[in-house]
Design a protein around this ligand. Structure first.
Ligand code: NAD
Length: 360
Protein backbone atom coordinates (compact mmCIF):
# COMPACT_ATOMS: atom_id res chain seq x y z
CA UNK A 1 0.00 0.00 0.00
CA UNK A 2 1.13 3.59 -0.61
CA UNK A 3 0.83 5.86 2.40
CA UNK A 4 0.71 9.58 1.83
CA UNK A 5 1.24 11.41 5.12
CA UNK A 6 1.27 15.14 5.85
CA UNK A 7 3.79 15.53 8.65
CA UNK A 8 3.97 18.39 11.14
CA UNK A 9 7.13 18.36 13.24
CA UNK A 10 6.02 21.54 15.02
CA UNK A 11 7.85 23.18 17.90
CA UNK A 12 9.90 22.28 20.95
CA UNK A 13 10.49 18.51 21.11
CA UNK A 14 8.12 18.03 18.14
CA UNK A 15 10.79 17.55 15.42
CA UNK A 16 12.82 15.19 17.69
CA UNK A 17 9.92 12.85 18.48
CA UNK A 18 8.59 12.91 14.91
CA UNK A 19 12.01 11.81 13.63
CA UNK A 20 11.73 8.69 15.82
CA UNK A 21 8.18 7.92 14.67
CA UNK A 22 9.41 8.16 11.05
CA UNK A 23 12.27 5.79 11.88
CA UNK A 24 9.80 3.20 13.18
CA UNK A 25 7.37 3.70 10.29
CA UNK A 26 10.20 3.18 7.80
CA UNK A 27 10.94 -0.18 9.44
CA UNK A 28 7.25 -1.16 9.35
CA UNK A 29 7.04 -0.25 5.65
CA UNK A 30 10.17 -2.27 4.90
CA UNK A 31 8.85 -5.33 6.72
CA UNK A 32 5.29 -5.24 5.36
CA UNK A 33 6.20 -3.90 1.90
CA UNK A 34 4.42 -0.57 1.97
CA UNK A 35 5.74 2.71 0.64
CA UNK A 36 5.45 5.95 2.53
CA UNK A 37 5.66 9.50 1.27
CA UNK A 38 5.73 12.56 3.54
CA UNK A 39 4.71 16.13 2.90
CA UNK A 40 6.52 17.99 5.68
CA UNK A 41 4.46 21.04 6.60
CA UNK A 42 4.75 23.85 9.12
CA UNK A 43 2.28 24.70 11.86
CA UNK A 44 2.38 26.59 15.15
CA UNK A 45 5.43 28.62 16.09
CA UNK A 46 7.51 27.21 13.24
CA UNK A 47 4.92 28.54 10.78
CA UNK A 48 4.72 31.94 12.54
CA UNK A 49 8.48 32.31 12.15
CA UNK A 50 8.32 31.67 8.40
CA UNK A 51 4.88 32.94 7.29
CA UNK A 52 3.75 35.19 10.17
CA UNK A 53 0.68 33.00 10.84
CA UNK A 54 0.37 29.64 12.66
CA UNK A 55 -1.28 27.88 9.72
CA UNK A 56 -1.49 28.94 6.08
CA UNK A 57 -4.30 28.06 3.65
CA UNK A 58 -1.75 26.27 1.48
CA UNK A 59 -0.74 24.06 4.42
CA UNK A 60 -4.39 23.20 5.04
CA UNK A 61 -4.73 22.12 1.40
CA UNK A 62 -1.68 19.88 1.66
CA UNK A 63 -3.09 18.30 4.84
CA UNK A 64 -6.47 17.78 3.16
CA UNK A 65 -4.92 16.01 0.20
CA UNK A 66 -2.98 13.53 2.38
CA UNK A 67 -4.34 10.22 3.72
CA UNK A 68 -3.58 11.27 7.30
CA UNK A 69 -1.66 13.86 9.31
CA UNK A 70 1.08 12.90 11.76
CA UNK A 71 2.08 15.62 14.18
CA UNK A 72 4.69 16.19 16.91
CA UNK A 73 3.51 19.09 19.02
CA UNK A 74 3.24 22.84 18.77
CA UNK A 75 3.73 25.81 21.07
CA UNK A 76 6.51 27.37 23.08
CA UNK A 77 7.13 28.52 26.62
CA UNK A 78 3.99 30.57 27.22
CA UNK A 79 5.83 32.89 29.63
CA UNK A 80 8.92 33.71 27.58
CA UNK A 81 8.27 32.93 23.89
CA UNK A 82 7.62 35.97 21.66
CA UNK A 83 4.84 33.94 19.97
CA UNK A 84 2.71 34.68 23.05
CA UNK A 85 3.09 38.45 22.60
CA UNK A 86 0.92 38.07 19.47
CA UNK A 87 -2.86 38.41 19.55
CA UNK A 88 -4.58 35.09 20.45
CA UNK A 89 -5.65 34.33 16.85
CA UNK A 90 -2.02 34.42 15.70
CA UNK A 91 -0.50 32.27 18.47
CA UNK A 92 0.70 28.69 17.84
CA UNK A 93 -2.40 26.96 19.32
CA UNK A 94 -4.69 28.87 16.92
CA UNK A 95 -3.16 26.74 14.15
CA UNK A 96 -4.28 23.55 15.86
CA UNK A 97 -7.84 24.80 16.42
CA UNK A 98 -8.01 25.92 12.78
CA UNK A 99 -6.78 22.64 11.31
CA UNK A 100 -9.24 20.66 13.48
CA UNK A 101 -12.06 22.85 12.21
CA UNK A 102 -10.94 22.82 8.56
CA UNK A 103 -10.60 19.03 8.56
CA UNK A 104 -13.86 18.58 10.50
CA UNK A 105 -12.11 16.50 13.16
CA UNK A 106 -15.02 15.97 15.55
CA UNK A 107 -13.87 12.79 17.30
CA UNK A 108 -10.94 12.90 19.69
CA UNK A 109 -9.54 9.49 20.65
CA UNK A 110 -7.26 9.28 23.66
CA UNK A 111 -6.13 5.86 24.77
CA UNK A 112 -5.03 5.57 28.41
CA UNK A 113 -2.96 2.44 28.78
CA UNK A 114 -1.05 1.33 31.85
CA UNK A 115 1.98 -0.56 30.58
CA UNK A 116 2.65 -3.36 33.11
CA UNK A 117 6.37 -2.52 32.96
CA UNK A 118 5.53 1.00 34.23
CA UNK A 119 2.97 0.01 36.88
CA UNK A 120 5.21 1.65 39.50
CA UNK A 121 4.49 5.10 37.98
CA UNK A 122 0.72 4.65 38.44
CA UNK A 123 -0.50 6.69 41.42
CA UNK A 124 -3.31 4.19 42.18
CA UNK A 125 -3.23 1.44 44.82
CA UNK A 126 -1.01 -1.49 43.95
CA UNK A 127 -3.85 -3.99 43.62
CA UNK A 128 -5.42 -1.71 40.97
CA UNK A 129 -2.22 -0.90 39.07
CA UNK A 130 -1.12 -4.54 39.06
CA UNK A 131 -4.29 -5.44 37.13
CA UNK A 132 -3.32 -2.88 34.45
CA UNK A 133 -5.84 -1.12 32.19
CA UNK A 134 -6.30 -0.22 28.54
CA UNK A 135 -9.12 2.19 27.74
CA UNK A 136 -9.86 4.69 25.00
CA UNK A 137 -11.72 7.92 25.65
CA UNK A 138 -13.74 9.11 22.68
CA UNK A 139 -14.48 12.79 23.21
CA UNK A 140 -16.76 14.87 20.99
CA UNK A 141 -14.57 17.77 19.92
CA UNK A 142 -16.57 20.34 17.99
CA UNK A 143 -19.85 20.79 19.89
CA UNK A 144 -21.23 21.29 23.40
CA UNK A 145 -20.37 23.98 25.90
CA UNK A 146 -17.13 25.08 24.20
CA UNK A 147 -18.91 26.03 20.99
CA UNK A 148 -22.33 27.16 22.27
CA UNK A 149 -23.50 30.74 22.52
CA UNK A 150 -21.91 32.61 25.43
CA UNK A 151 -22.18 36.11 26.82
CA UNK A 152 -21.78 38.17 29.95
CA UNK A 153 -24.24 40.91 30.92
CA UNK A 154 -25.01 43.06 33.89
CA UNK A 155 -28.58 42.92 35.16
CA UNK A 156 -29.64 45.31 37.92
CA UNK A 157 -25.97 45.96 38.70
CA UNK A 158 -25.18 42.24 39.01
CA UNK A 159 -22.88 40.59 36.48
CA UNK A 160 -24.23 37.44 34.87
CA UNK A 161 -22.38 35.00 32.55
CA UNK A 162 -24.10 32.46 30.33
CA UNK A 163 -22.68 29.47 28.44
CA UNK A 164 -24.92 27.15 26.44
CA UNK A 165 -24.50 23.43 25.93
CA UNK A 166 -26.02 22.44 22.60
CA UNK A 167 -25.97 19.14 20.71
CA UNK A 168 -27.97 18.08 17.68
CA UNK A 169 -28.88 14.45 17.16
CA UNK A 170 -26.61 14.37 14.06
CA UNK A 171 -23.62 15.50 16.10
CA UNK A 172 -24.30 12.78 18.68
CA UNK A 173 -24.99 10.08 16.10
CA UNK A 174 -21.75 10.54 14.13
CA UNK A 175 -19.53 10.30 17.23
CA UNK A 176 -21.55 7.37 18.61
CA UNK A 177 -21.06 5.50 15.31
CA UNK A 178 -17.32 6.19 15.54
CA UNK A 179 -17.22 4.85 19.12
CA UNK A 180 -19.05 1.62 18.23
CA UNK A 181 -16.89 1.08 15.13
CA UNK A 182 -13.72 1.44 17.21
CA UNK A 183 -15.08 -0.73 20.06
CA UNK A 184 -15.53 -3.45 17.42
CA UNK A 185 -11.77 -3.59 16.83
CA UNK A 186 -11.07 -3.46 20.57
CA UNK A 187 -12.83 -5.35 23.41
CA UNK A 188 -16.37 -4.59 22.19
CA UNK A 189 -17.67 -2.48 25.05
CA UNK A 190 -18.88 1.15 25.02
CA UNK A 191 -19.51 3.12 28.22
CA UNK A 192 -21.48 6.23 27.29
CA UNK A 193 -20.99 8.96 29.88
CA UNK A 194 -23.52 11.74 30.45
CA UNK A 195 -25.48 13.62 33.10
CA UNK A 196 -28.90 12.43 31.97
CA UNK A 197 -30.39 12.81 35.46
CA UNK A 198 -30.06 16.62 35.09
CA UNK A 199 -29.31 17.79 31.53
CA UNK A 200 -31.60 17.76 28.47
CA UNK A 201 -28.56 17.53 26.18
CA UNK A 202 -27.54 14.36 28.05
CA UNK A 203 -31.01 12.83 27.72
CA UNK A 204 -30.84 13.36 23.95
CA UNK A 205 -27.29 11.96 24.00
CA UNK A 206 -28.50 8.79 25.75
CA UNK A 207 -31.48 8.36 23.40
CA UNK A 208 -29.36 8.67 20.23
CA UNK A 209 -26.60 6.40 21.60
CA UNK A 210 -29.26 3.75 22.35
CA UNK A 211 -30.53 4.03 18.76
CA UNK A 212 -27.02 3.66 17.29
CA UNK A 213 -26.31 0.68 19.58
CA UNK A 214 -29.06 -1.31 17.81
CA UNK A 215 -26.79 -1.49 14.72
CA UNK A 216 -23.97 -2.99 16.81
CA UNK A 217 -25.45 -6.01 18.63
CA UNK A 218 -21.94 -7.44 19.06
CA UNK A 219 -20.87 -4.42 21.16
CA UNK A 220 -22.00 -4.14 24.81
CA UNK A 221 -23.33 -0.71 25.82
CA UNK A 222 -23.64 0.73 29.32
CA UNK A 223 -24.54 4.25 30.43
CA UNK A 224 -22.75 5.94 33.30
CA UNK A 225 -23.24 9.32 34.95
CA UNK A 226 -20.17 11.53 34.66
CA UNK A 227 -19.64 11.93 38.41
CA UNK A 228 -19.69 8.16 38.87
CA UNK A 229 -17.31 7.76 35.92
CA UNK A 230 -14.80 10.14 37.54
CA UNK A 231 -14.85 7.87 40.62
CA UNK A 232 -14.73 4.60 38.68
CA UNK A 233 -11.63 5.76 36.75
CA UNK A 234 -9.60 5.69 39.95
CA UNK A 235 -11.47 2.80 41.63
CA UNK A 236 -11.57 0.24 38.83
CA UNK A 237 -10.12 1.55 35.52
CA UNK A 238 -9.83 -2.00 34.11
CA UNK A 239 -13.63 -2.11 33.63
CA UNK A 240 -13.45 0.37 30.71
CA UNK A 241 -12.87 -0.28 27.02
CA UNK A 242 -14.27 2.68 25.02
CA UNK A 243 -15.65 5.65 26.97
CA UNK A 244 -17.89 7.80 24.77
CA UNK A 245 -18.68 11.30 25.96
CA UNK A 246 -19.35 14.92 25.06
CA UNK A 247 -16.79 17.70 24.79
CA UNK A 248 -16.36 19.06 28.31
CA UNK A 249 -16.86 15.77 30.17
CA UNK A 250 -14.30 14.25 27.77
CA UNK A 251 -11.82 17.06 28.34
CA UNK A 252 -11.87 16.43 32.09
CA UNK A 253 -12.12 12.62 32.06
CA UNK A 254 -9.34 12.18 29.48
CA UNK A 255 -6.94 14.23 31.61
CA UNK A 256 -7.92 12.18 34.67
CA UNK A 257 -7.40 8.93 32.73
CA UNK A 258 -4.00 10.03 31.44
CA UNK A 259 -2.83 11.03 34.91
CA UNK A 260 -3.64 7.61 36.36
CA UNK A 261 -1.25 6.02 33.86
CA UNK A 262 1.50 8.15 35.48
CA UNK A 263 3.41 8.63 32.20
CA UNK A 264 2.47 11.58 29.96
CA UNK A 265 5.26 10.68 27.49
CA UNK A 266 3.50 7.39 26.69
CA UNK A 267 0.05 8.62 25.64
CA UNK A 268 -1.05 8.84 22.02
CA UNK A 269 -4.09 10.56 20.54
CA UNK A 270 -6.04 10.92 17.33
CA UNK A 271 -8.64 13.35 16.03
CA UNK A 272 -10.84 11.98 13.26
CA UNK A 273 -13.64 13.00 10.92
CA UNK A 274 -16.37 10.76 9.52
CA UNK A 275 -14.02 9.18 6.98
CA UNK A 276 -10.85 7.28 7.81
CA UNK A 277 -8.91 10.54 7.83
CA UNK A 278 -7.28 11.55 11.11
CA UNK A 279 -4.69 13.76 12.73
CA UNK A 280 -2.42 11.76 15.04
CA UNK A 281 -0.32 13.34 17.76
CA UNK A 282 0.96 12.63 21.28
CA UNK A 283 -1.27 13.81 24.14
CA UNK A 284 1.50 15.90 25.61
CA UNK A 285 2.70 19.34 24.51
CA UNK A 286 5.95 20.61 23.01
CA UNK A 287 7.89 20.41 26.31
CA UNK A 288 10.04 23.52 25.63
CA UNK A 289 11.93 22.86 28.90
CA UNK A 290 13.63 19.79 27.38
CA UNK A 291 13.63 20.71 23.66
CA UNK A 292 16.86 20.14 21.74
CA UNK A 293 18.37 17.92 24.46
CA UNK A 294 17.52 14.55 22.88
CA UNK A 295 15.95 13.36 26.16
CA UNK A 296 12.22 13.44 25.29
CA UNK A 297 10.23 10.23 25.30
CA UNK A 298 9.19 9.49 21.68
CA UNK A 299 6.86 6.58 22.60
CA UNK A 300 3.62 8.63 22.63
CA UNK A 301 4.37 9.78 19.08
CA UNK A 302 5.37 6.30 17.94
CA UNK A 303 2.09 4.98 19.42
CA UNK A 304 0.23 7.77 17.59
CA UNK A 305 1.79 6.48 14.36
CA UNK A 306 0.55 2.99 15.32
CA UNK A 307 -2.97 4.41 15.78
CA UNK A 308 -2.68 6.01 12.34
CA UNK A 309 -1.87 2.66 10.72
CA UNK A 310 -4.81 1.00 12.49
CA UNK A 311 -7.55 3.61 12.11
CA UNK A 312 -6.66 5.41 8.85
CA UNK A 313 -5.16 2.48 6.91
CA UNK A 314 -6.80 -0.56 8.52
CA UNK A 315 -3.32 -2.05 9.15
CA UNK A 316 -4.00 -3.89 12.40
CA UNK A 317 -1.03 -6.24 12.14
CA UNK A 318 1.43 -3.45 11.43
CA UNK A 319 -0.01 -1.39 14.28
CA UNK A 320 0.26 -4.34 16.65
CA UNK A 321 3.88 -4.86 15.55
CA UNK A 322 4.73 -1.36 16.81
CA UNK A 323 2.97 -1.91 20.14
CA UNK A 324 4.71 -5.27 20.60
CA UNK A 325 8.11 -3.70 19.82
CA UNK A 326 7.49 -1.04 22.49
CA UNK A 327 6.52 -3.70 25.04
CA UNK A 328 9.74 -5.58 24.23
CA UNK A 329 11.94 -2.51 24.68
CA UNK A 330 10.29 -1.70 28.02
CA UNK A 331 10.54 -5.32 29.18
CA UNK A 332 14.26 -5.26 28.35
CA UNK A 333 14.56 -2.38 30.82
CA UNK A 334 15.19 0.59 28.50
CA UNK A 335 13.74 3.90 29.72
CA UNK A 336 13.89 7.56 28.68
CA UNK A 337 14.52 10.02 31.54
CA UNK A 338 10.82 10.72 32.24
CA UNK A 339 10.02 7.05 32.99
CA UNK A 340 13.40 6.11 34.45
CA UNK A 341 13.51 4.11 37.68
CA UNK A 342 16.19 2.27 39.64
CA UNK A 343 18.11 -0.51 37.90
CA UNK A 344 16.80 0.44 34.43
CA UNK A 345 18.86 1.45 31.41
CA UNK A 346 18.56 5.15 30.59
CA UNK A 347 18.44 5.97 26.87
CA UNK A 348 18.04 9.14 24.80
CA UNK A 349 15.11 10.01 22.55
CA UNK A 350 16.91 8.84 19.40
CA UNK A 351 18.16 5.66 21.08
CA UNK A 352 14.63 4.79 22.15
CA UNK A 353 13.40 5.26 18.55
CA UNK A 354 16.17 3.03 17.24
CA UNK A 355 15.49 0.33 19.86
CA UNK A 356 11.80 0.21 18.93
CA UNK A 357 12.56 0.21 15.18
CA UNK A 358 15.05 -2.65 15.58
CA UNK A 359 12.36 -4.79 17.26
CA UNK A 360 9.78 -4.43 14.48
P1 NAD B 1 3.90 19.73 28.07
O1 NAD B 1 3.10 18.50 27.89
O2 NAD B 1 4.63 20.23 26.90
O3 NAD B 1 4.95 19.50 29.26
C1 NAD B 1 4.56 19.18 30.59
C2 NAD B 1 5.74 18.47 31.30
O4 NAD B 1 5.85 17.14 30.75
C3 NAD B 1 7.10 19.15 31.05
O5 NAD B 1 7.88 19.02 32.21
C4 NAD B 1 7.71 18.35 29.91
O6 NAD B 1 9.13 18.34 29.92
C5 NAD B 1 7.14 16.95 30.17
N1 NAD B 1 6.97 16.19 28.92
C6 NAD B 1 6.00 16.38 27.99
N2 NAD B 1 6.16 15.53 26.98
C7 NAD B 1 7.25 14.79 27.27
C8 NAD B 1 7.94 13.74 26.60
N3 NAD B 1 7.54 13.27 25.41
N4 NAD B 1 9.04 13.22 27.18
C9 NAD B 1 9.46 13.66 28.38
N5 NAD B 1 8.84 14.64 29.07
C10 NAD B 1 7.77 15.21 28.52
O7 NAD B 1 2.90 20.84 28.62
P2 NAD B 1 3.11 22.39 28.90
O8 NAD B 1 4.47 22.63 29.46
O9 NAD B 1 1.92 22.83 29.66
O10 NAD B 1 3.03 23.06 27.46
C11 NAD B 1 4.16 23.40 26.68
C12 NAD B 1 3.68 23.92 25.34
O11 NAD B 1 3.01 22.89 24.64
C13 NAD B 1 2.71 25.09 25.45
O12 NAD B 1 2.99 26.02 24.44
C14 NAD B 1 1.36 24.42 25.20
O13 NAD B 1 0.41 25.33 24.68
C15 NAD B 1 1.74 23.38 24.18
N6 NAD B 1 0.81 22.25 24.06
C16 NAD B 1 0.64 21.76 22.80
C17 NAD B 1 -0.18 20.67 22.61
C18 NAD B 1 -0.34 20.15 21.21
O14 NAD B 1 0.51 20.38 20.37
N7 NAD B 1 -1.43 19.44 20.92
C19 NAD B 1 -0.81 20.06 23.69
C20 NAD B 1 -0.57 20.55 24.99
C21 NAD B 1 0.26 21.67 25.16
Amino acid sequence: MELHIACIGGDGIGPEIIAEAKKVLAKVCEKYQHTIEYDDILMGGASIDVYGVPLTDETIQIAKSADAVLMGSIGGDTNTSPWYQLEPGLRPEAGLLKIRKELNLFANLRPAVLFPQLAGACPLKEEISNAGFDMLIMRELTGGLYFGERYTTVENGIAKAVDTLTYTEEEIRRIAIKAFEIARVRRKKVTSVDKANVLDSSRLWRKVVNEVAKDYPDVALEHMLVDNCAMQLVKDPAQFDVILTENMFGDILSDEASMVTGSIGMLASASMNDTKFGLYEPSHGSAPDIAGKNIANPIATILSAAMMLKYSFGMEEESKAIETAIHKVLSEGYRTADIMSQDKKKVSCSEMGTLVAERI
